[in-house]
Ligand binder design. Structure first.
Ligand code: MN
Length: 284
């Protein structure tokens, strides 16, 4: 049985007056999430809260498909709430989540889902992989070769999203799953973290800290020290025991879903974002 140790931190930051991020730590069902709400008045807070509450409430079975369906249900609930309430009109939210799944009775896997520009990272063997792909204008330009990584990181329009929950009646959800390994560390975060903390510092902090709660708080502290121009939320999920499933899969030659094992041999701690991102096409 796969087991986890989880820590988290969330902060309003240095400039905002309210925190529109929400997080979910549902240990009983092993579902963890971060949502970054947007929209005037209380809209952002309401949207991100509905997102994580719906996720916890409606995942009916431990499969990737069920998690994706829960995200779609969250989208519908936010959309109709915004339609019904004048002061909430136009609200939306990002959502990233990971969940322990067990599809068709096979080995336990970690499923991840993403809509928007919050992120799921995996630290494995000292290498940080960005599993999710941002749904943002700047990310589209970067992937199209019109912006470099460095230009994208500081682009003034990097807050423009191409996908979010609550904007349309239906939403496309990116998802994938991979076999967990003991020692894996997942990071779910809002853009208030990675817009303020450079990739090297991010890797160093995730690598050096033992306690996931202390690491989450340190990341928030660093984001505030870097400017804290947005709300900051981090959920750190350590795999303390993979239940032996990954070992069995390796022994039988089964490949790790999502290609996450293809990172062996690296010695430098770096952010590697293409090898896994490319495996995560949007759901049909
Ligand atoms: Mn944000």
């Amino acid at each position: 049985m796969t087991s986890f140790r989880v820590g988290s931190a969330s902060d309003v930051g240095q400039l905002r007056t309210n925190n529109q991020d929400s997080k979910l730590i549902a240990d009983a069902v092993s579902v963890f999430a971060v949502a970054d709400g947007m929209g005037g008045h209380q809209g952002g807070e309401v949207a991100s809260a509905i997102a994580v509450e719906t996720l916890e409430a409606v995942i009916s079975e431990p499969t990737t498909a069920s998690v994706v369906e829960a995200v779609k249900e969250a989208n519908r609930r936010i959309f109709s709430r915004a339609e019904d309430t004048t002061e909430l009109r136009g609200m939306g939210t990002t959502l990233v989540a990971i969940a322990l799944v067990n599809q068709d009775g096979a080995d336990e896997e970690i499923a991840w889902v993403n809509v928007g520009d919050s992120r799921v990272y995996l630290l494995r063997d000292g290498e940080l992989h960005q599993l999710s792909r941002d749904h943002s204008l700047v990310e589209d330009l970067r992937r199209g070769g019109q912006l470099s990584e460095e230009e994208a990181a500081i682009h003034p329009q990097r807050n423009i999203l191409t996908r979010a929950l609550g904007i349309d009646q239906e939403v496309e959800v990116d998802s994938d799953s991979l076999l967990p390994l003991t020692g894996d560390r997942f990071l779910l975060c809002s853009d208030g973290l990675f817009n303020e903390v450079d990739p090297t510092t991010l890797v160093d902090t995730l690598t050096s800290g033992e306690d996931p709660d202390a690491v989450a708080h340190e990341l928030v502290r660093l984001a505030n020290a870097g400017g804290g121009r947005d709300n900051i939320t981090c959920v750190v999920v350590d795999v303390t025991d993979d239940g032996g499933g990954a070992t069995r899969a390796a022994a039988t030659g089964a490949s790790t879903a999502g290609g996450a094992t293809a990172v062996a041999g690296a010695t430098d701690a770096t952010v590697v974002d293409q090898s896994l991102v490319d495996a995560a096409e949007p759901a049909p």
